[in-house]
Design a protein around this ligand. Structure first.
Ligand code: ADP
Length: 249
């Protein structure tokens, strides 16, 4: 069964904007999928639908076989979202941030505490359990945000630009955690990023989206072979130029 199975997904916002114009993609169980595309291409809308936050799409979205359009609540429990913007409650400690999330998803207090400690350990935040998020370094805050997404043991983690705006060293450091996340937590991952090198390094497959449609998909090597490299970045730019020429924009 696929972690995520999307077919012909259309989302038109109330003001008439078509954010997704018939998009299909699948992420296998345990897969690491990169979603690439310029601003405004529909990535957040797609993520919002899968996470049950954006309502009223048309099409099929199945998260481990559960219909996320008809029953967004059930799908939500299977999904862990690490959002782009960091809104961590500054009155809670790092450990409390994780525990609260667990309680929100119906975990008993002892269970949430145990899971919080486990994740603090896994993300090397054990020494920061009593620290408030605004006192953590930028890299630690990103790790806490990813850890928070995993508290309720989702089978699919959605990471929305987890390394945006961090320096190269820190980004490389975060990659190690993302690799570990897949291996140790056995979670399928949907990642959005503007760093093509990141997608090339981490992801099994990528989808390149533009104007709410997939314009290229496959392994990074496959896309490079088809559109020309040497790097995914080069192929990406060619895909975008080709799509723009075709759309006449
Ligand atoms: P991305 O995450 O790739 O930047 P979005 O999903 O945010 O793309 O946006 C896709 C399109 O939908 C854009 O044209 C954007 O302006 C539009 N859009 C996003 N959210 C809304 C909204 N709440 N109401 C109307 N249009 C929206």
């Amino acid at each position: 069964m696929h972690a995520l199975d999307i077919t012909d997904l259309v989302k038109v916002y109330d003001d008439g904007t078509t954010a997704l114009g018939g998009l299909s993609l699948t992420v296998p169980d345990g897969g690491f999928h990169g979603l690439l595309g310029p601003n405004g291409s529909g990535k957040s809308t797609l993520i919002g639908i899968v996470a049950g936050l954006v309502r009223g799409p048309v099409g099929h979205v199945r998260v481990f076989g559960h219909d996320a359009v008809a029953d967004p609540r059930r799908a939500r429990t299977l999904v862990g979202l690490a959002p782009q913007e960091v809104h961590l409650d500054r009155f809670l400690t790092a450990r409390e941030v994780l525990m609260f999330h667990g309680r929100y998803f119906g975990m008993r207090k002892a269970e949430a505490a145990e899971r919080a400690d486990e994740l603090l350990d896994a993300f090397d935040l054990g020494g920061k359990a009593s620290t408030r998020p605004n006192r953590l370094s930028g890299g630690m805050r990103r790790r806490l945000l990813i850890a928070r997404a995993l508290v309720h043991r989702p089978r699919l983690a959605i990471l929305d630009e987890p390394t945006a705006g961090v320096d190269l060293e820190l980004r490389r450091d975060l990659w190690t955690y993302l690799e570990r996340l897949r291996e140790e937590q056995r979670t399928a991952i949907l990642l959005t990023t503007h760093y093509l090198e990141e997608a090339e390094t981490l992801c099994d497959d990528v989808s390149i989206i533009r104007d709410g449609r997939i314009v290229a998909a496959g392994t990074a090597a496959g896309i490079i072979a088809r559109y020309g490299g040497p790097r995914l970045e080069d192929a990406y730019l060619r895909v975008m130029r080709g799509a723009a020429a075709e759309a006449g924009t």
